[in-house]
Design a protein around this ligand. Structure first.
Ligand SMILES: [Zn+2]
Length: 282
């Protein structure tokens, strides 16, 4: 037995040292990380603030989001602070059901849409069973995600009557220092032009392009106000013609560099609140 201890003790020490090194290197920076995860045709956006608070916006079309989260979260981390569902379409919702089963989620936000979709009902049941803090996302709410990081909900102001869930997509602006990220969900022209008409300051360095680059979104008037440096499209194989050639042109015309998950895979944009760096170079 003694012999056994003589060998296992240094091993245990080495293990603790490796874990400590891993944790310290993980904790020691002031960067916000913004990932568009490669989940195929759908959206899943993972945000980690400098203090390692985490927000997941949408969960993609299936459980591929779990594999993707495994690549960007430390192996010992089994919780996510805030989960947001922009709207209850399966390419945003289905993966979230898997996330809620596998991770401890503290707060869940959606627009409070009322749809009888079975996956949406399942998701709402999990939220009730696990007593997850539920918030109905409305214009003007701000999530203080970190000392200098806020996520401001811009849309919807109230739910409008529509058979298209995209029309009530949660739109939000994430701000860290001088850098803004505009998250459009699957918002279409209506919500884009509402933002322009209201006169919100939507100028943002990074635009998560609405509705997978569909021609229903990214109106030139709207892009003129956003003035994005980076336009990020979450898109996979699809039969809808996403992203539209016209929209790619609109985005290029607005001066943005365009990246897309079907070509560039998982996209990471990092910022210290002053400048941007990305894992995608062109
Ligand atoms: Zn979608």
């Amino acid at each position: 037995m003694k012999k056994h201890f003589r060998y296992s003790f240094p091993l245990a020490l080495a293990f603790i040292a490796v874990l400590l090194f891993y944790s310290l290197s993980y904790l020691s920076n002031n960067k916000l990380k913004f990932y568009i995860l490669d989940v195929g045709q759908g959206d899943a956006i993972f945000i980690e603030t400098p203090s390692k608070n985490q927000i997941l916006v949408d969960g993609g079309p299936d459980k591929s989001v779990l594999k993707e989260l495994g690549k960007v979260m430390p192996f010992y981390d089994r919780s996510i602070d805030v989960v947001i569902l922009t709207h209850p379409n399966l390419d945003h919702l289905a993966g979230l059901v898997e996330v809620l089963k596998k991770y401890e989620v503290k707060t869940y936000i959606d627009a409070g849409d009322d749809y009888a979709l079975s996956e949406y009902v399942e998701l709402k049941n999990i939220i009730k069973e696990r007593r997850i803090n539920y918030i109905k996302g409305r214009r003007g709410m701000k999530i203080i995600a970190d000392k200098e990081v806020g996520l401001l909900i811009l849309m919807p102001e109230k739910l409008i009557e529509s058979k298209n869930p995209n029309d009530n997509s949660i739109v939000a602006k994430l701000t860290y220092g001088d850098i803004d990220f505009l998250l459009m969900g699957d918002a279409e022209k209506n919500e884009e032009l509402s933002l322009v008409l209201i006169g919100d300051n939507i100028e943002s360095e990074v635009l998560k392009v609405g509705h997978h680059g569909s021609k229903t979104s990214s109106n030139p008037l709207f892009l003129e106000k956003v003035k994005p440096e980076l336009a990020l499209i979450s898109v996979g194989k699809n039969s809808y013609g996403h992203p539209s050639k016209d929209i790619l042109q609109n985005l290029a015309f607005s001066g943005a560099s365009v990246f897309r998950t079907d070509v560039d895979l998982t996209i990471l944009v990092e910022t210290d609140g002053k400048s941007l760096t990305s894992n995608i170079k062109k």
